[in-house]
Design a binder for this molecule. Structure first.
Ligand code: AMP
Ligand code: ZN
Length: 141
């Protein structure tokens, strides 16, 4: 049996509330929902997080996440959808198999926006943009 919880779900070794599947990705319900209807989309192939995942798996997961989001709008009456993916413990990741949270949203719901929308210092923003531009390599894309 795989040590990875989400690999076990892919393999059918532990139960989950599956809602959709494609060749590369599956979607199932989060059992600690942020809002009613909160689902997770994961690649069938193991990768620890979005930083490690192959781009075809990322593409497949985002496409399925959008389908789940549209189902939340059509079927649950969601007024909006939060797509969220955490990578590594510093970001709050707790399950180390790549995943995208699909969280149905309503105006005024209890979901807490994770940062205060305060304007940044333009000099600092430009300096960080420069550091990021300089960090790309030929393998980045
Ligand atoms: P993250 O904190 O971004 O790594 O998200 C992991 C998510 O997996 C959390 O929202 C958990 O509620 C969810 N989760 C953990 N175990 C299970 C499980 N057995 N079935 C469905 N969702 C789970
Ligand atoms: Zn896994």
């Amino acid at each position: 049996m795989s040590p990875c919880l989400f690999c076990q779900i892919v393999a059918g070794e532990i139960p989950a509330y599956w809602i959709a599947e494609t060749e590369r990705a599956i979607a199932f319900m989060d059992i600690f929902p942020a809002t009613p209807g909160h689902a997770l989309v994961i690649p069938r192939r193991h990768s620890a997080d979005a930083l490690e995942a192959a781009s075809d798996d990322l593409t497949a997961c985002m496409a399925l996440a959008a389908s789940v989001g549209r189902a939340a709008v059509a079927g649950l009456g969601a007024e909006g959808v939060t797509f969220q993916s955490l990578a590594r413990p510093a970001a709050g990741q707790t399950v180390f198999h790549s995943h995208i949270h699909v969280i149905p949203r309503q105006d005024g719901d209890q979901f807490v926006f994770p940062w205060p929308a305060l304007p940044g210092d333009p000099t600092e923003i430009e300096a960080y943009a420069d550091r990021l531009r300089g960090a790309f390599t030929n393998d980045s894309f």
